[in-house]
Ligand binder design. Structure first.
Ligand SMILES: Nc1nc2c(ncn2[C@@H]2O[C@H](COP(=O)(O)OP(=O)(O)OP(=O)(O)O)[C@@H](O)[C@H]2O)c(=O)[nH]1
Ligand SMILES: [Mg+2]
Length: 428
């Protein structure tokens, strides 16, 4: 089977950095050519760049040395020079050799798809853990691409190797990077330890976790906000959410759950990233129910769904109960909306932005959690039993609380498993 390589190149202008560039793109995946180019344009804009030109190449087989054919490389060099591009972005991953050869032949910086996604991640990481993860992924990606690239290393902050690419300099750079990688790994380990201690504390109360997952831009953060009114960053830029956001919410049955917003998935998510971001995806693995948020107004929603399911498979969570949330129905015509709502088995139709269908969704989450039904019981607990009182307060809904001496009498509605733990305090 012949491989059809499509190499669109966009020349871009990076805001603030007075940088301009051009881009290229890979063989077609399940995504149609146009939608995949569109997605790449969005990624470029999310990275804060402005496109000043595009170049596309159809080729039976990519050139192992330069990806593009030599005629195209010359054409691209001319385009980049006349548009004064500061960076050329390829919607394709480049081997270390291709990157080196292209940088020699072209008048400006060359950035491939993985590097671009890493750059976007770097801009959006908010917590220390997120920032450490991105820097680690960036360095690990750079390492094999160091040879002959002394001068470009200055991009990595800390002014590493701003001099020419002499072998001695390269060795120094490499050692410095290795030291930094080691340091980052240690720091990450420390941050994760703290987080896992916090989680243990949290898990002493069995509040089920519900995680929002989905393709980037599907509307997870918007839905999270609509449900929690938490004011978590929501943005039309891709990968706005990198750090897990958690919030306790109450379902219609009065069951409390922890809702988490997570990083969006994207086609061809670089492997280094999936590992680096595994920590933020731990929330997904810990969850009892997954809400797969989908942009049902997108023409490529089926491809996006397949991509998300692929990542869920990699995370080993495909067997968890999963609810399809068909979001952005406000963008559909009445007719399309009606069809969707009639096909309830496909999922729950909502508009996160307009708060449509959210109650139905919460009822659906409740129904998915029926293994641990909500029960109501009366308890009489000594006030000295702080742990029991705190656990019931966190995981259940309490009413009619009365104090008599050092005893508290209360009615508790909550998951059977939680109430069962304190049956010794049950009041007949
Ligand atoms: N019309 C419409 N737009 C929506 C809806 N939900 C979200 N959006 C928009 O879609 C864009 C992406 O929303 P986010 O909530 O940031 O998406 P996300 O899934 O969290 O994206 P990442 O964090 O990048 O993975 C924003 O511009 C939202 O305003 C909806 O129900 N209707
Ligand atoms: Mg988000």
């Amino acid at each position: 089977m012949a491989l059809l390589a499509r190499d669109a190149a966009l020349a871009v202008f990076e805001d603030g950095e007075q940088d301009r560039g051009a881009v290229s793109r890979p063989e077609p995946s399940a995504f149609s050519e146009e939608s995949s180019i569109e997605e790449f344009r969005e990624l470029v804009v999310s990275a804060g760049a402005r496109v000043v030109g595009e170049l596309e190449q159809h080729r039976a087989k990519p050139d192992p040395a330069t990806l593009l054919g030599s005629g195209k490389v010359t054409e691209l060099a001319g385009m980049a020079a006349s548009a004064q591009a500061g960076v050329i972005l390829f919607d394709h991953d480049l081997t270390p050799t291709q990157l080196r050869n292209l940088e020699r032949a072209l008048p400006c910086r060359v950035v491939d798809r993985t590097q671009l996604i890493l750059d976007i991640f770097a801009r959006h990481a908010r917590t220390r853990e997120g920032q450490l993860q991105v820097e680690l992924a960036q360095l690990e990606y750079m390492m094999p691409r160091l040879t002959g690239r002394g001068s470009e290393m200055s991009q990595l902050g800390g002014g590493i190797g701003t001099r020419g690419p002499g072998e001695t300099q390269l060795e120094t750079d490499r050692r410095r990077i290795q030291r930094r990688v080691l340091q980052l790994k240690q720091d990450l380990e420390a941050v994760r330890r703290t987080r896992s201690q916090q989680r243990q504390r949290r898990e002493s109360v069995p509040v089920p976790a519900v995680a929002l997952v989905g393709y980037t831009n599907a509307g997870k953060s918007t839905l999270f906000n609509t449900i929690t009114r938490a004011g978590v960053l929501e943005s039309s830029r891709m990968f706005a959410t990198l750090d897990p956001k958690l919030k306790a919410i109450q379902l219609p049955s009065r069951r409390k759950v922890l809702l988490s917003d997570t990083v969006g998935f994207i086609r061809d998510l670089p492997h280094t990233l999936v590992t680096s971001f595994r920590a933020t995806l731990e929330e997904v693995q810990k969850a009892e129910v997954l809400l797969h948020v989908r942009d049902c107004s997108s023409p490529v929603q089926d491809e996006q769904k397949a991509e998300v399911e692929k990542v869920l498979g990699e995370l080993g969570v495909l067997d968890k109960p999963r609810i399809e949330v068909l979001n952005k129905i406000d963008r559909l015509t009445e007719e399309e909306r009606a069809t969707l709502q009639q096909n309830a088995h496909r999922g729950i139709a909502v508009s996160a932005r307009l708060n449509w269908g959210v109650d139905t969704l919460l009822a659906g989450v409740d129904a998915a959690l029926t293994q641990d039904p909500i029960v109501e019981q009366r308890f009489q607990i000594p006030q000295s039993e702080g742990e029991a009182l705190a656990a019931l307060g966190a995981g259940a809904v309490i009413r009619d609380r009365q104090y008599a001496g050092n005893l508290v009498t209360l009615t508790v509605a909550g998951p059977e498993s939680l109430l069962g733990r304190y049956r010794r305090f049950r009041k007949a």
